[in-house]
Design a protein around this ligand. Structure first.
Ligand code: ATP
Ligand code: MG
Length: 183
């Protein structure tokens, strides 16, 4: 599984529709302070279902919507789409056989979030389920940000266990068991 592109529109500083394409397996994003490097990472975490504004460096969920600048008016909606190459079939389930998978989230000023999988409206849970056990998720180890290494080093054994279980691919089964037990 490989992230091929991120399409942003109205998300944080990306007011106009923007496509960030990742042509190779290693990409560096460079630029001056405040140009939007961290915003692209926030976008990935947001689409994966991050529901804490704090983790997205804001106060409220609607803070991800472009809130205007000296030259531009605020907009009413933020949308981010992630396009994954799935030719290795990492993502299975309902989407087994699909070589490309698109995950999109949008939010409007009334704080309504909508999620889409390959263009079809779905629940947040459908997205978290699809990526569970792959290492990618809103708080997963696939995204290592500033301060995370020291958090890992200082983590309590039970916190570390969550990462190990995700890496070993067993978190999806634990999640399903919990669901069954709660029925
Ligand atoms: P650094 O090198 O300092 O880490 P960076 O490239 O990571 O910089 P970001 O944090 O991605 O920068 O971008 C910050 C910019 O995004 C700021 O200029 C901020 O005003 C802008 N920004 C954040 N949220 C919004 C929003 N909702 N609407 C408009 N602009 C926003
Ligand atoms: Mg930054």
């Amino acid at each position: 599984m490989r992230l091929k592109a991120i399409k942003l529109s109205g998300f944080k500083s990306f007011v106009d529709p923007t496509t960030v394409a990742f042509a190779t397996n290693m990409t560096g994003i460079v630029g001056p302070n405040g140009c939007g490097k961290s915003n692209t990472i926030d976008a990935v975490r947001w689409v994966m279902g991050e529901s804490s504004a704090k983790y997205l460096r804001g106060d409220a969920m609607t803070d991800v919507i472009f809130n205007g600048s000296s030259e531009r008016k605020p907009v009413g909606k933020a949308s981010v789409e992630l396009i994954f190459d799935n030719t290795d079939q990492t993502l299975r389930g309902e989407y087994a056989g699909y070589n490309e998978i698109s995950v999109r989230r949008q939010v409007t000023r009334d704080a309504q979030s909508l999620y889409f999988l390959n263009g079809v409206k779905c629940r947040r849970k459908d997205i978290t389920d699809l990526f569970l056990g792959t290492g990618l998720g809103p708080r997963s180890y696939a995204i290592i940000e500033q301060g995370m290494i020291s958090r890992l080093i200082e983590a309590k054994p039970e916190e570390l266990r969550v990462y190990v279980e995700e890496a070993a691919g067993i978190s999806r089964y634990k999640d399903r068991r919990r669901e069954t037990e709660n029925r």
